[in-house]
Design a protein. Structure first.
Lengths: 238, 254
């Protein structure tokens, strides 16, 4: 079963077509790179998968579950680490995590256990009583990722998770993502840093002006000896 | 399946949010009420003869309780939803396994709770100055919850509609406050000229205040059926509209 299946998905904002009849599938356990320029349609697609945005036409399923018809079940499977910090900036780190755990139906005991796990994994223990607004940029990013992992989703969607993050943390995050992917999590990853996409992803799709212009294993993009960046620029130039 | 844990968490998150700003959310309305009770009830009231057989402070107290309950419920729902949209952490809720009904319900429960806490606080303050009797406890509870429900729904509608913080205050300044003051908080409708009495009876706030006043001191100036029907209609009207807009994701989902 595919972790994600997008069939003929279109997203329109009034007369503007952000995503134009795309079809895409991500296999279970895959580390999938989803690339495109700003405004190409990546975030609109992610929004439709996660419930933040609506679907104009087409069908999206997560592990075979329709994200519109059976949205409650579908959402339990997905964890989102968004591009922008969409949290209550006055809330404390532990409260942000505990609340999200509760939203996903974790019992009080499960929430506490999971809280300790993610605080430890993302080295947030000493910051758990700080308000979000008092965290550094790197800590905020870690918290976003911790929040996405709070309910232990099967599919993790990371929308530019390393934007504004220092080199050390980027490498720590890469190691963590490789580890959870190896343990079976499916990951959809968007980034403007193509070196990390090349480092992490097994398969890559490129969206441009709302259409998928490439969808292939990573090796296909670099088989002529060039870099992913060179191929990306070539494909999105027109 | 109902996401009961999620629902309770969202209500608790909302309560935590208003307790974080407890001075603004609770102390401020209680101090305002204390001043109203002191000035209108004790200082001015001691020079006013009884109204409908009760002291002036007892006559105005239900209106003061209602005024604060309305404002608290409205502000809780409107500011919370707007702030969540503004800072985009509504996305935490949109990506979670909630039905639209559960989200709407949690916001409304939080709005009603804040309204009741503030209203109860005003009542307790009043106990220092008057007997603050409650003639019909059941009706007192029903009217309080019903009106808090209405203004939680109204707050959510404004929280959805507003594009900036200023717009959140528009309804409060231009509708809620004037209509509450003109709804018989400080005067009996019989004190007004005949034409003004007719106009006063077109003001829905008159029925809210009158209902609570009846439950507290047993004095009624409005038709009970008109008042009850209006309150039920407003609950279903505003509640239905809020549910529909949540269901459609209007200004919630892109």
């Amino acid at each position: 079963m595919n972790a994600l299946e997008i069939n003929n998905f279109t997203k329109k904002y009034d007369d503007f077509t952000a995503v134009d009849n795309i079809s895409l599938s991500v296999q279970q356990g895959e580390f999938f790179g989803f690339l495109g320029k700003n405004g190409a349609g990546k975030t609109s697609t992610i929004s439709a998968i996660t419930g933040i945005g609506t679907i104009t036409s087409g069908e999206i399923t997560v592990f075979g579950i329709d994200v519109e018809k059976e949205y409650k079940e579908a959402r339990k499977k997905v964890g989102l680490c968004p591009q922008e910090f969409n949290v209550d900036t006055f809330a404390k780190v532990k409260d942000i995590l505990l609340h999200v755990g509760g939203y996903f139906g974790l019992s009080k005991k499960e929430r506490q256990t999971r809280l300790q796990d993610v605080l430890e994994i993302f080295e947030l223990e000493e910051h758990k009583n700080k308000q979000f607004r008092h965290l550094s940029g790197g800590l905020k990013r870690r918290l976003m990722l911790a929040r996405a992992m709070m309910h232990d989703p099967d599919l993790l969607i990371l929308d530019e998770p390393t934007a504004g993050v220092d080199v050390e943390l980027r490498h720590e995050l890469w190691a963590y993502l490789k580890q959870i992917n190896k343990a079976g999590k499916t990951i959809i990853f968007t980034s403007h840093y193509l070196d990390e996409v090349e480092e992490l992803c097994e398969r890559i799709a490129i969206i441009d002006k709302g259409k998928i212009i490439a969808d292939a294993p990573k090796s296909n993009f670099t088989k002529d000896g060039g870099t992913l960046e060179a191929k990306y620029l070539e494909l999105t130039k027109a | 399946m109902t996401n009961l844990i999620g629902f309770k968490t969202l209500v608790w998150q909302e309560i935590q949010r208003f307790l974080r700003v407890w001075i603004q959310a609770l102390i401020s309305p209680w101090i305002n009420s204390l001043l109203y009770i002191l000035v209108f009830g004790v200082i001015v009231g001691s020079r006013i003869d009884t109204i409908a057989g009760v002291s002036y402070i007892d006559f105005v107290l239900p209106g003061i309780v209602m005024m604060n309950l309305i404002t608290a419920s409205y502000m809780q729902a409107a500011f919370s939803l707007y702030f969540k949209r503004f800072a985009r952490h509504i996305e935490e809720i949109l990506t979670a396994p909630f039905s639209y009904f559960e989200v709407l319900g949690a916001f409304v429960v939080a709005g009603v709770l804040r309204g009741l806490i503030v209203g109860l606080g005003v009542y307790v303050i009043a106990l220092f100055f008057t007997s603050a009797s409650i003639a019909h406890l059941f009706l007192f509870i029903v009217y309080s919850i019903a009106v808090a429900l209405i203004f939680s729904f109204v707050g959510l509608l404004v929280g959805l509609w507003a594009d900036n913080f200023e717009q959140l205050s528009v309804l409060q300044t231009f509708v809620i406050m004037p209509l509450t003051f003109l709804g018989g908080v400080f005067n009996s409708v019989h004190m007004l000229p005949e034409k003004a009495q007719m106009i006063a009876k077109l003001n829905p706030f008159f029925y809210f205040v009158d209902g609570l006043r009846y439950s507290m001191i047993g004095i009624r100036e409005a038709n009970v059926w008109v008042g009850s029907t209006l309150i039920v209609a407003l609950i279903f009207g505003f509640g239905g509209l809020a549910w529909y807009l949540f269901y459609k994701g209007w200004r919630l989902r892109s």
